[in-house]
Design a protein around this ligand. Structure first.
Ligand code: GDP
Length: 356
């Protein structure tokens, strides 16, 4: 399963423009990803990785396959969504299915494009969206509180404890905190998902963007992820080759388009790492969560690989590149044999041994 990032934000902030630019510029050939969802609102996007390109140069395979994440264009959030305004509940259920939430905040000014609240106020927009999600979470927490308090009448200590936790989460939400900030308990709330933010700017404002200042003015924490993007600029770049894009961006004084940053930031925010498989037929990048074991990584490729796992032969990416090819890396003693408790490191190149 590819991980899903939901793109949310008020109407007319540039969500669809960003979604289109992401999915057209970095779209993956879905034939390689039979597990991905086919839906017009879901884009399967390649995770850029120069290591994969370098491995391809070494192995010269028939096929090079990136790892992917899915972006979901979630329409319909307006003030009152938590009580059914706009697409209301439908909107919220789409977010529930996502692994992370990426909020687009409008910072571009254009009087021809109506702002739903009639003014550009990024901080207030951000709060409007988060408030709707918090209100939806409050409903879920209240339902749980009702259920648990009925059961807790029997003086069960465990249930009383759970009730206390629920009540403290409720207080946090009522004070405007995200679920993620209300303590270490996971109640699968919308606001307990990883959040990240995109500020959609005019292209002329991109070089001037001061990330620390902007986070402060939006009321975000220092470690929150905020990525400057110019949706219209990225829309213009659809169809450009990588080289053309780079050249064009250099000309207008921008180091990169922001879209790649969105993809890699999402990948990081979700705590994901990449491992590779490499051979003459295919060089391929795969995704696992940080902390996954070798058999779990094998299971990403095929459940049978995990069931019949014997061992993983691994070479570190860096050592392979230094050796120049796999034969020399083996001669240098860079190939290690790892068992079922081995924790995957980012950049491992694996050959799995299994028996089925
Ligand atoms: P959504 O409702 O959030 O999905 O917003 P859209 O992506 O449909 O964009 C709404 C309108 O704003 C469209 O006409 C876009 O072309 C325009 N727009 C989006 N991003 C920008 C931007 O960065 N600058 C300017 N000037 N217009 C933009």
């Amino acid at each position: 399963m590819a991980l899903k990032i939901g793109i949310v934000g008020l109407p007319n902030v540039g969500k669809s423009t960003i979604f289109n630019a992401l999915t057209k510029t970095r779209s993956a050939n879905v034939e390689n990803y039979p597990f991905c969802t086919i839906d017009p609102n879901i884009g399967v996007v390649q995770v850029p990785d120069t290591r994969l390109d370098n491995l391809s140069k070494i192995y010269n395979p028939v096929k090079t396959v990136h790892t992917v994440i899915e972006f979901v264009d979630i329409a319909g959030l307006v003030k009152g969504a938590s009580v059914g305004e706009g697409l209301g509940n439908k909107f919220l259920s789409h977010i529930r299915e996502c692994d992370a939430v990426c909020q687009v905040i409008r910072m571009f000014v254009n009087s021809n494009i109506v702002h739903v609240e009639g003014r550009i106020d990024p901080r207030s927009d951000l709060q409007t969206i988060n408030t709707e999600l918090i209100l939806a979470d409050l409903q879920s927490i209240e339902k749980r509180i009702q259920k648990v308090s009925k059961m807790a009448k029997s003086n069960d200590k465990e249930l009383k404890h759970q009730l206390d936790i629920l009540l403290s989460v409720k207080r946090g939400l009522e004070a405007g905190e995200l679920g993620a900030d209300t303590g270490g308990y996971n109640f699968f709330l919308l606001t307990q998902k990883p959040f990240m933010y995109i500020s959609n700017l005019s292209e002329t404002d991109i070089p001037k963007f001061d990330i620390i200042k902007q986070k402060a003015s939006l009321g975000l924490n220092e470690d929150d992820i905020l990525i400057p993007v110019s949706a219209t600029l990225d829309a213009e770049l659809i169809g450009f080759s990588d080289e053309e894009r780079e050249e064009y961006l250099q000309e207008i004084g921008i180091t990169n388009s922001g879209l790649d940053n969105v993809i890699t930031a999402a990948y990081k925010k979700l705590g994901l790492i990449t491992f590779f498989t490499a051979g003459p037929k295919e060089v391929r990048a795969w995704t696992v969560r940080k902390g996954a074991t070798a058999p779990e990584a094998a299971g990403v490729i095929h459940t049978d690989f995990q069931k019949g796992f014997i061992c993983a032969e691994t070479i570190k990416y860096k050592e392979l590149i230094e050796a120049g090819n796999e034969v020399r890396a083996r001669e240098n003693g860079c190939l290690r044999r790892e068992g079922k408790d081995y924790i995957v490191a980012d950049g491992d190149i694996f050959h799995f041994r299994f028996n089925i």
